[in-house]
Design a protein around this ligand. Structure first.
Ligand SMILES: C[S@@+](CC[C@H](N)C(=O)[O-])C[C@H]1O[C@@H](n2cnc3c(N)ncnc32)[C@H](O)[C@@H]1O
Length: 443
């Protein structure tokens, strides 16, 4: 593709993403894939260049939205991508000349005026939420967690994530990573997980033999750590209440060496179907899936059989995903204060439901891929306050860590409750992830 055609593709795709953000429709990564699937003429270099522009755009979008608010008298569809180009790639603006059918259309009168005005904008006046690319609905909670390090944390959150792999010990040993050395220059062990490998260059995993054989899985190190902190032991009965596509159930199954029983529950049939496929690929024979009905009474009936009977129940709760913004930068604009309130309500209810399923002496593990105290420490506090008479104890993650085969170096926590673990990209080079472990007292 000619440079003009690449630019036209960037603008077209950015506008599509904007429409999707406005109605909270499909996430950007899906739209990008879809876009290129229907444009086979785009080669891999074109695809890479256009995708890089899109992600760069999303990593400063809140600033562009602020700039737009300073300029606009009349909104125009292409304004945000045009502001991005004017500010960061001014040379490329020359390509908006309509010189061929593949170039972007020339600026119309309104666009030309706004782009011109933007040159006089004092960008240093932008507020914190804009410079940190962190919408207000999330900034409040993040400031509470990082009162003196918010810039460092949000800067790290605005960088591309590494690509982590988990070696499936049911099918391979860590030596498998030497098979990657031939094709990947930059690969190393992760900091804390004993089965984690970090790849610092892009890798087409789907095509790799080790993946097809189920010897490895894609999993961020934070999720590997969280799975290990469930501290599963062979023979245990474990419930994964929000199993999704099974990422953590698979890891727990490997730790248990395929013994005992894991019941992977979810409300999403297609996610559970994916979990089943992955379980077959990875040779996991101790996982059973359980589709939870929407109807409350039916759901209660279905879960009644597990009441007070499980060694471990873990809740990898639906959340705002603020800890995954490195991978999904547009996730920031998919929530607001109202949806945050709705999700915390659901988190409280899932934790109570999970607690009922744990047997005396068993453990309840609550986790989210969020960094907001409202979804993490606040939920834990409310649970403990409401349930204290039923004999729940919050375990210190450091104590549980020593029961696992995680590295000897125990990470410091960024959590406001010191017994719980909050991981962050800036401090631990993982996704932002929260884990709290409760124990039900014996008898
Ligand atoms: C964070 S994801 C789980 C990811 C998964 N544990 C993994 O490691 O791959 C949260 C999951 O909760 C599920 N979910 C949402 N509401 C639920 C509910 N009321 N009960 C059970 N699962 C629910 C979603 O379908 C989603 O798959």
């Amino acid at each position: 593709m000619l440079p003009g055609a690449r630019l036209a593709a960037f603008i077209e795709l950015a506008c599509e993403i904007e429409r999707s953000i406005a109605c909270r429709a499909r996430p950007a990564d899906l739209l990008v894939n879809q876009y290129f699937r229907s444009r086979r003429y785009a080669g891999s270099k074109d695809r890479k260049a256009i995708t890089a522009y899109i992600y760069e755009y999303l990593r400063c979008r809140e600033l562009l939205v602020w700039a737009q608010s300073q300029l606009v008298v009349q909104e125009t569809e292409r304004l945000l991508p045009l502001l991005f180009l004017t500010r960061y790639y001014p040379d490329l603006m020359e390509l908006l000349d309509g010189s061929s059918q593949y170039s972007p259309e020339v600026l119309d009168e309104v666009e030309a005026e706004l782009v011109h005005k933007s040159l006089d904008l004092d960008w240093s006046k932008a507020p914190m939420e804009a410079t940190l690319n962190t919408p207000i609905w999330a900034l409040h909670g993040l400031l509470k967690r990082f009162p003196s390090s918010i810039s460092t944390e949000m800067l790290a959150m605005n960088m591309p994530a590494f690509f982590d792999i988990r070696v499936n010990t049911l099918k391979a040993s860590m030596n498998i990573i030497y098979q990657f050395k031939e094709s990947v220059q930059c690969i190393e062990k992760t900091n804390f997980s004993s089965v984690g490998v970090r790849v610092k260059t892009p890798l087409n995993l789907g095509a790799h033999d080790t993946y097809k054989k189920g010897q490895i899985e894609v999993q961020d190190e934070a999720a590997q750590i969280a799975s290990a902190l469930i501290a599963p032991q062979p023979g245990m009965k474990i419930i994964d209440l929000c199993a999704g596509a099974g990422g953590k159930s698979l890891t727990v199954s490997s730790i248990m060496n395929n013994s005992g029983k894991i019941i992977a529950c979810d409300i999403s049939e297609h996610r559970l179907a994916e979990a089943k496929k992955r379980a077959v690929r990875g040779g996991h024979s101790n996982i059973t899936t359980c589709l939870l009905p929407e109807d409350r009474v039916q759901r209660d009936d279905m879960l009644a059989q597990y009441k007070g009977a499980s060694d471990r129940v873990f809740i990898d709760s639906p959340c705002t995903g603020t800890g995954t913004w490195r991978r999904s930068p547009d996730q920031r604009w998919r929530f607001n204060s109202d949806t945050l309130a709705e999700i915390t309500e659901m988190q409280r209810s899932l934790l109570l439901e999970g607690a009922n399923l744990v047997k005396a002496g068993g453990r309840l593990i609550y986790m989210t891929c969020s960094m907001l105290p409202q979804e993490n420490e606040d939920i834990v506090k409310q649970f403990l306050e409401g349930q204290s008479c039923f004999g729940w104890k919050l375990l210190d993650y450091r104590t549980v860590w020593r029961e696992t085969d995680l590295s000897d170096r125990i990470p410091a926590t960024a959590a406001l409750i010191p017994e719980t673990l909050q991981l962050t990209p800036a401090q631990h080079e993982t996704d932002g992830f929260y884990i709290a472990i409760f124990q039900r007292e014996e008898g």
